[in-house]
Design a protein around this ligand. Structure first.
Ligand code: SF4
Length: 252
């Protein structure tokens, strides 16, 4: 195993990066290459991610029940009103915004930062706010590494430790896109999915740790992914199209 992975904490972001292209994982997590703000287009792209983070901050304040502050962005004001309508704060629920879930799984560290964990009297609902305009489908949500890691950690950490009387079927992962109409995608959990998710996570970590990152000839390149990759210029001397770049994840 590469030295840099000895104390590495895996997230849905890093697992997803390896899955999309092992060589990209090397650039990002072994070489620590930061490709941000390289030119005007990338500046625009990363600025839009920053805007996304600002909206997440508004949501965090709302669910923490502290003042939202003076938001100048009209779109965000519209979106946060949608959030307020959809999620009126109720005393009987527990709201945990920007909640970190950390687990040591077979000596591998795993982390997820969830936009909102909402605990109701018989259910555990994870929520993720998506500010991009590209519509997420059920199939896409079901297969996302984010869904796999978040649901797995919710079962292992939240339900098993704090709500063992709840059924695993009452854990759900939900995506909400405030920029689109009525677009909530819900994935319900179950024991079978949990076992499958555990295997997927462990297999992927095993693949990562078996990769010889010191020998570039032995690292797989997924050439189908290049057009979505910020390292396209570095790998293939090709211009990067920020319109179709794979999304980054806010802060995690
Ligand atoms: S440009 Fe292509 S080969 Fe290079 S890291 Fe990105 S996806 Fe992998």
């Amino acid at each position: 195993m590469n030295e840099k992975l000895k104390y590495f904490t895996y997230s849905q972001n890093s697992l997803n990066t390896y899955k999309s292209c092992p060589f990209k994982f090397k650039y990002k997590y072994i070489d620590n290459i930061n490709w941000k703000y390289d030119d005007a287009d990338s500046r625009e792209y990363y600025d839009s991610l920053k805007l996304g983070r600002e909206f997440h901050l508004l949501c965090e304040r709302y669910f923490s029940q502290i003042p939202l502050g003076n938001c100048q962005n009209k779109e965000f004001n519209k979106w946060i009103n949608k959030i307020k309508d959809l999620f009126p704060i109720k005393d009987e629920n527990i709201y945990l915004p920007e909640y970190d879930l950390r687990l040591n799984l077979n000596n591998k560290n795993l982390i997820a930062k969830v936009d909102l964990v909402k605990i109701k009297k018989d259910s555990i609902n994870l929520w993720d706010w998506k500010t991009e305009n590209r519509e997420i489908t059920y199939k896409n949500a079901l297969n996302r590494m984010q869904t796999i890691v978040y649901l797995f950690l919710a079962e292992e950490i939240i339900r098993k430790n704090f709500y063992p009387t709840y059924d695993i079927e009452n854990i759900s992962m939900n995506y909400y896109q405030p920029g689109l109409e009525n677009n909530i995608i819900t994935i319900n959990y179950n024991k079978k999915l949990h076992e499958e998710n555990k295997l997927k996570i462990l297999n992927l970590i095993n693949n990562i740790e078996s990769t010889d990152f010191n020998n570039e000839n032995k690292i797989n390149k997924n050439l189908n992914h290049c057009k979505y990759c910020e390292f396209n210029k570095l790998c293939n001397s090709e211009a990067i199209n920020y319109e179709i770049l794979e999304e980054d994840i806010y802060g995690s």
